[in-house]
Design a protein around this ligand. Structure first.
Ligand code: ZN
Length: 402
C-alpha cells in the first residue's frame, strides 16, 4: 500500500525548441505567462493541493530555474533539483534522480497546467490498484491529437506516443501518479520516460487513467500561449441555474414559454447587480427540455432570454452567456444536467477553472453536475436565496473563487 503522494517530480530539462525565441535565454518552464514564469503557477498549484516537496529534473539552462526558486521557501514548498546534460532524454533524467524519488509520487511535465484535484486522482488510483495512473484529456472536441486508448473500465489499453495506432482518442497531459513498481521498467538506454514506462504498462494492462473533460493549458508551443494567458487572467465567474434561481420554477413538466410566465425570484436582480459591480462574470446553465418535448421552440426561448437580459441590464447586472440543453430525457445528450456538459462548454469558451468557479442551483441535478465537473456548489432554497448566497460570497463569509 502506498501513501497519498506528498512529492511531485517535474520534468523540466528540455531545450523547448518549439518555444524559440523565448527559450533562447531561458528554459521552457521559465517562459513568462502574464509576466510570471509558468513554473510558478504549477508550484503554487502543487502546494495548494498538499504537495510538500518538489523535485525538478533540469538540464538546459538549469541555473535559471535554480536561481529563481532556490529551496522553494518563498513558495511554501521544499524544492530540490537534479541536473543532467541538456540533451539527455527523460527516462535517464528520472533514472539519475531515482534515489531522491518517493515510492509513490506525482509526475508533471513542465509545459501543461490542468486544474488537478489530487484527492480525485488519488481515489481513482486506489480504486484501480495499478502501479501507474496517467491523466488524460478526453478530447471530445478534437482539441489536440490523441495518443491514448482507454478500455471499457477506463484503463489504458494503448499508449502510443507516435500516434500511429488508429482510433486514438485521449491526450496524455502528465499529472501522473507513478510508483516504484512502474519505475522498475526504466531501461538502461536513454529514451523518453513515457515510452519507457507507459507503453509497456499499457500493454501489460497495468496503467490506469483519470479522464477529464476540463481543458488543459500549455506552453508546449507558441500558438498555445494566448489561451494559456486567457486562462491565467480569467475573471471570477459564477455559473447559475435559471429556473428556481433567477425565476420561480414552473411546476413539473411545465415551462416558461413566454415572458408572461416569467416571475423573478425575490432579490435575484439585486444579486446579479452586486456580482457585476464586483467584477464577476455571470453565466447561465439551464435545462430547457420544453424544446425537446415540442412545448416551445428555440425562438420562444430566445425571446424570453432577450427580455430577461434586458431587465437584468436595466437593473445593473450582466449575463455573459447562456448555455442551455434543449433535449429531452431520452435523447442521450452530454449537456442535460445532471451531466456536466454545459459547464464544460462554458469552461472552454471562457477559459474557466471549474474547480474555482461557483455553481449555484436549486436541485439534485445541479448538485450532481457540479460534482461531476469538480465545481464548488451552493444551493438556493426557500431559506437561502441567490441574494443571500451572493452576499455571503462577496462579504467573504463563503470561500472566494477565481
Ligand atoms: Zn442536452
Amino acid at each position: 500500500m502506498y501513501d497519498r503522494p506528498t512529492q511531485a517530480v517535474i520534468l523540466a530539462g528540455g531545450r523547448g525548441t518549439r518555444m524559440q525565441p523565448i527559450t533562447n535565454d531561458r528554459p521552457k518552464p521559465m517562459v513568462p505567462v502574464l509576466g510570471r514564469p509558468f513554473l510558478e503557477y504549477q508550484i503554487e498549484q502543487l502546494r495548494d493541493q498538499g504537495i510538500e516537496r518538489v523535485l525538478i529534473l533540469l538540464g538546459y539552462l538549469a541555473e535559471v530555474v535554480q536561481n529563481h526558486f532556490g529551496d522553494g521557501r518563498d513558495w511554501g514548498v521544499h524544492i530540490e533539483y537534479s541536473v543532467t546534460a541538456p540533451d539527455q532524454l527523460t527516462s535517464s533524467r528520472v533514472a539519475t534522480a531515482r534515489h531522491m524519488i518517493d515510492p509513490c509520487f506525482l509526475l508533471l511535465y513542465c509545459d501543461n497546467y490542468w486544474p488537478m484535484q489530487l484527492d480525485r486522482l488519488w481515489a481513482r488510483f486506489r480504486e484501480a490498484g495499478k502501479p501507474g495512473l496517467i491523466t488524460v484529456y478526453s478530447n471530445k472536441d478534437g482539441y489536440s491529437r490523441g495518443s491514448v486508448l482507454l478500455d471499457r473500465d477506463g484503463h489504458v489499453s494503448v499508449f502510443d506516443r507516435l500516434r500511429t495506432t488508429p482510433g486514438l482518442q485521449q491526450v496524455e497531459i502528465s499529472y501522473a501518479i507513478i510508483t516504484d513498481l512502474a519505475l522498475a521498467l526504466l531501461p538502461e538506454q536513454d529514451t523518453l520516460f513515457e515510452e519507457a514506462i507507459y507503453t509497456p504498462l499499457a500493454q501489460q494492462g497495468r496503467l490506469t487513467a483519470y479522464s477529464s473533460d476540463h481543458r488543459y493549458y500549455s506552453i508546449g508551443s507558441l500558438d498555445r500561449l494566448p489561451a494559456t494567458e486567457a486562462f491565467m487572467r480569467r475573471k471570477p465567474t459564477v455559473i447559475l441555474d435559471r429556473d428556481g434561481v433567477l425565476n420561480r420554477k414552473p411546476p413539473p413538466a411545465q415551462y416558461v414559454r413566454n415572458w408572461n410566465e416569467w416571475v423573478w425570484c425575490p432579490g435575484s436582480l439585486e444579486a446579479l447587480r452586486l456580482l457585476h459591480d464586483r467584477g464577476y462574470r455571470t453565466i447561465i446553465a439551464s435545462n430547457q427540455p420544453g424544446i425537446g418535448r415540442g412545448v416551445m421552440n428555440e425562438a420562444d426561448l430566445e425571446a424570453v432570454h432577450d427580455r430577461m437580459k434586458r431587465e437584468i441590464a436595466q437593473a445593473g447586472g450582466w449575463i455573459d452567456a447562456i448555455y442551455y440543453c434543449p433535449h429531452d430525457w431520452g435523447d442521450g445528450c452530454e449537456c442535460r444536467k445532471p451531466k456536466p456538459g454545459l459547464l464544460y462548454q462554458a469552461q472552454r469558451d471562457f477559459h474557466l477553472d471549474l474547480t474555482r468557479t461557483l455553481f449555484v442551483g436549486d436541485d439534485e441535478r445541479d448538485a450532481a453536475a457540479a460534482a461531476a465537473a469538480g465545481c464548488p456548489f451552493r444551493r438556493v432554497t426557500d431559506a437561502c436565496s441567490l441574494l443571500d448566497l451572493t452576499r455571503q460570497l462577496l462579504e467573504g463569509k463563503a470561500p472566494a473563487y477565481a
